[in-house]
Design a protein around this ligand. Structure first.
Ligand code: GDP
Length: 336
């Protein structure tokens, strides 16, 4: 029989909190839907839930995973996530997909991409939030991380496609960042965006199996020599390249060992916690920006005058900067 699912408006904040703490997946999913909603009353309810849940101090590790389309991200997450679940961890998989606004397609919209993992009772997979600007998408992901951690998920995998600004956004909200690459380092480096090679804590040459094995080992050496000349994103940590096969499931356990070493080392040096504190500050500023933005554009006077202001800019009868300042001043004068 189909489980009766209450509408989100009928559920109290307290019910959400208690449900999430008990790892009730239905309530967790509904709370994430509140976080992702652009409606004001949902936003406010979601903030109250998050505020209460932030009191719980759960230890978790947040791992970002990136790579160009076809690099094997979903196959890797399927193997790696299942491996972790079998070790007794609780794994949540989230995604940031800034390109979905343009293409309307969304990574992980199709759950069958991680078929094995999605069936595991210890795993929770959430497709990427859509709509809104990149700032909105990253706020939603940050808050979803908090909800998943409160529900007891202690490994958070945040996937992003190697296009757009996704890597930079994800790097900024995780503890460890993993770049999946294909064989043929030279070819790939040419298509890789500037600065990406400086972001990861580990480079994984995927598809190291069958006939591809030799090429993968060669790519690993090439990447290692390139990485040697770049400065690492994480202080006192040397980013290196390893090989893995998501299909044959080789290299998966070694990758987890590397991540555990990283966690131990950065916790010992305090960098782990320092990074999290910096990320909290970024979150604070993002939220402030977003709220100010929302209040501005939702103000009745601004709504009323915006059209006219746009016209004056279009026709050139008034300069952009003057028009902008007039609007902002109008908002400040009438903000109550
Ligand atoms: P994504 O776009 O980065 O999520 O890539 P996918 O996980 O969808 O993988 C792209 C293709 O590569 C699929 O056809 C996979 O079956 C294949 N693939 C992924 N990982 C491996 C691997 O470790 N070995 C081999 N031989 N193929 C792989």
């Amino acid at each position: 029989m189909k489980k009766f699912v209450k509408k989100s408006n009928d559920i109290s904040i307290d019910q959400y909190i208690k449900g999430i703490e008990k790892r009730d997946r239905v309530l967790l999913a509904q709370a994430i839907t509140l976080v992702e909603s652009n409606a004001k009353q949902h936003f406010e309810k979601a903030q109250k839930i998050i505020e209460a849940l932030l009191q719980n101090k759960n230890s978790s590790i947040r791992i970002g995973i990136t790579g160009v389309p076809g690099a094997g991200k979903s196959t890797f997450i399927d193997s790696f996530g299942t491996y972790l679940c079998e070790q007794g961890y609780y794994v949540a998989v989230l995604a940031i997909d800034p390109s979905s606004q343009v293409s309307k397609g969304s990574i992980m919209g199709d759950k069958t991409r991680m078929e094995r993992l999605s069936r595991h009772p210890n795993a929770y997979i959430r497709p990427s939030p859509s709509g809104g600007n990149l700032g909105g998408v990253s706020r939603k992901t940050r808050e979803t991380i908090i909800l998943c951690e409160a529900a007891g998920y202690n490994i958070i995998l945040v996937e992003t496609m190697g296009v757009g600004q996704g890597e930079f956004v994800v790097r900024e909200m995780v503890d460890f960042f993993l770049l999946l690459v294909l064989t043929g380092a030279g070819d790939e480096l040419q298509t890789m965006k500037k600065g990406i090679m400086e972001l990861p804590d580990l480079v994984v040459v995927n598809k190291a199996d069958g006939e591809n094995m030799m090429k993968a080992n060669k790519a690993k050496s090439e990447y290692n020599s390139i990485l040697h000349f770049l400065s690492s994103y994480t202080k006192d940590w040397e980013t290196r390249a390893v090989t893995a096969s998501s299909i044959e499931e080789t290299g998966i356990a070694d990758i987890w060992e590397i991540i555990k070493t990283f966690e131990k080392q950065t916790k010992k040096s305090n960098l782990f916690y320092k990074r999290r504190t910096e990320q909290q500050l970024n979150w604070l500023h993002d939220l402030v920006k977003q709220e100010v933005y929302r209040h501005f554009y939702e103000h009745p006077l601004i709504k009323d005058k915006l059209n006219l202001a746009e016209q004056t800019v279009k026709t050139g009868s008034k300069h952009v900067s003057r028009t902008a300042l007039e609007l902002v001043n109008l908002f400040i004068e009438h903000k109550h």
